[in-house]
Design a protein around this ligand. Structure first.
Ligand SMILES: [Mg+2]
Length: 263
């Protein structure tokens, strides 16, 4: 399956520029007033933005990702610092996927997440996700948009049936992963209804409960029934997540029949 190409800007998107400025002395700030991006080594001081690394790590399952950044022309250390930043914070995803350019529109692709229109962004052939503006005010909103718009290829009914057979009869993990790849983004959309914070470890726990629910659904699914697999699976996934959140929050889940009795 060909993945769509996604470019991600660094400054102000993956990288918190302000976090480096906060570490500069008053003298340096004064000396480089209005050109703080030229302070030698400033890019090595920058911290990641909230949810940025986590979102990229998740999106990597669905998109072909490249980091696309413009280093200041008059600050040679920024070119090295940007490479080292990617090596430090995105060692796997960013490996040999850093593009430094003042002409971002020359890169072919589907999406570009950027907080500015400069350096060719306004001429980019795909969709510019204008980070920090309108509906894309932070990483969570960008993440939800990209999960929702992943645009997966629909699985053929016969193929789905074969995979379900392999999973239920032979406990075939490869078949499970293949089926999961088709529906992973739908499962993640259910997860996002219960967890709105990617950097929180709760998100990982809820993801694991959702995956457990998905596997349970496959095991119980009757390919002869009228429901589609995911209609059935979403219901089981929700049950699995609710079982966890109710225990975590000290609630008890009751069957509907019992609720009617109480009323
Ligand atoms: Mg930027």
């Amino acid at each position: 399956m060909n993945k769509k190409i996604l470019y991600v800007d660094m400054d102000g998107v993956l990288v918190d520029f302000q976090s480096a400025i906060n570490q500069l002395s008053e003298e340096t700030k004064h000396a480089y007033e209005n050109r703080l991006d030229e302070v030698p080594g400033i890019f090595s001081l920058m911290k990641p933005t909230k949810n940025g690394i986590e979102a990229i790590t998740e999106l990597y399952k669905y998109y072909e990702i490249y980091i696309l950044s413009t280093p200041p022309w008059n600050n040679p250390s920024a070119w090295t610092d940007k490479l080292q930043w990617v090596q430090k914070y995105l060692p796997k995803i960013g490996h040999k996927r850093l593009i430094l350019s003042h002409h971002k529109h020359l890169n072919k692709g589907d999406y570009l997440i950027d907080d500015r229109r400069a350096n060719g962004v306004s001429k980019f052939e795909g969709k510019h996700i204008f980070y920090g503006k309108g509906e894309f005010k932070n990483w969570m909103t960008v993440y939800k948009f990209l999960i929702k718009n992943w645009g997966f290829k629909k699985i053929e009914a016969k193929k789905e049936e074969d995979l379900i057979y392999k999973i239920t009869h032979n406990k075939d993990r490869k078949a499970l992963n293949e089926l999961y790849n088709f529906y992973g983004h739908i499962i993640e959309m259910v997860v996002l209804q219960y967890s709105d914070e990617l950097s929180n470890k709760e998100h990982k726990i809820i993801q694991s409960k959702a995956k457990k629910g998905f596997i349970n659904a496959i095991m119980k699914y009757d390919t002869e029934c009228k429901f589609q697999l995911m209609t059935f699976a979403i219901w089981i996934i929700r049950q699995e997540i609710l079982k966890y959140t109710s225990k975590r929050d000290g609630f008890k889940l009751l069957p509907i029949s019992r609720i009617k009795q109480i009323r």
